[in-house]
Design a protein around this ligand. Structure first.
Ligand code: MG
Length: 306
């Protein structure tokens, strides 16, 4: 071996050595990322109930009942919320129940053609956001426009751009108050404008504010081709809340028998590591205490199956 050969071989050896650590690093990175995937937080079933759905005469009676079922979230309406902050804070003190989300309650709507109606939305929505933040809510639920709300901006690309701009401002405002706004897609009979969880999630993305989120409602998700696909399309980045009801008549889960299957959707929530709430928004044909108790048990057993 001459000197040149020796140097070349040495350089090759050095190159191999230099490559080795990066090989090791990439293997470590792989096993590290696998480990991370395995350790990814599993979704949890945090059950919540809307105030109007909960049995009980007074706020404390309602919360006592929810507590007895191990329900951990409470969803009040947004109307007049600013005047109820102390009442709610006092009632929730020393309980294992938090405000999950705030259900609408504002005047007007964001896509109103009439400036006065839009102005009314802007003012009252911001008041509810202030209160939601003070109560530690995950967000305030809103629908861009119900079918019956007219005159409404036309369903065009320009309106979508306008919506995203307006949501951006609202989302930034919500972030300043430690909360979010949550877009709720509804079925076509109620709100043709926004029907699918994936579309709501895409609007969140394009609104480009961490304060703009979306949700899925198992009742309205009759629009979806897949509960699993719908939740996955939003992922934990955008999915901030879930509503649940029976799937035939919008009663307590279980009141519509076989139809009330949530396993596919729960599978997605589990896999994605969902940490927010699944909240009852429904009526009942039976005794509210009995049907709500049975529904909570049904959700828990289907969560286990998922
Ligand atoms: Mg709903």
């Amino acid at each position: 071996m001459d000197r040149k050969q020796f140097i070349n071989r040495s350089l090759l050896g050095m190159a191999a050595l230099a490559a080795a650590p990066s090989l090791a690093v990439s293997c470590a990175a792989k096993s590290g990322s696998k480990g991370k995937a395995d350790n990814k937080a599993q979704g949890v079933l945090n059950i919540s109930c809307q105030e109007g759905v909960t049995p009980g005469e007074s706020l404390n009676e309602k919360l006592d009942f929810l507590e007895s079922l191990g329900v951990v979230g409470f969803e009040p309406g947004g109307r007049g919320l600013g005047d109820r902050i102390t009442e709610l804070q006092d009632a929730l003190k020393d309980r294992n129940i938090k405000v999950s989300a705030i259900c609408a309650g504002f005047d007007g709507f964001i896509l109103a053609e009439d400036p006065a109606v839009k102005e009314s939305f802007d003012t009252t929505m911001r008041q509810i956001i202030d209160a939601a933040g003070a109560l530690g809510s995950t967000g305030v639920i809103m629908v861009p426009a119900f079918n019956g709300q007219k005159p409404c901006k036309p369903h065009t690309l320009e309106t979508r751009d306008f919506l995203c701009e307006q949501l951006h401002e609202l989302g930034e405002y919500a972030q300043q108050h430690d909360t979010t706004i949550i877009l709720e897609p509804l079925n076509r009979k109620e709100a043709f404008y926004l029907r699918l969880v994936a579309d709501a999630a895409a609007i969140c993305r394009d609104a480009d504010s961490a304060g703009v989120k979306c949700m899925g409602d198992f009742w309205h998700m009759q629009e979806e081709t897949s509960d699993y696909g719908a939740f996955m399309s939003a992922g934990t980045k955008y999915l901030q809340h879930v509503h649940i009801a029976s799937r035939g008549r919008r009663l307590m889960p279980g009141e519509d028998g076989e139809k009330d299957n949530y396993v596919d959707g729960f599978k997605a929530l589990k896999e994605m590591g969902y940490q927010n709430y699944v909240s009852f928004e429904c009526g009942t044909k039976g005794d509210r205490k009995e049907t709500l108790t049975a529904a909570v048990n049904l959700l828990r057993s289907q969560w286990e199956q998922a």
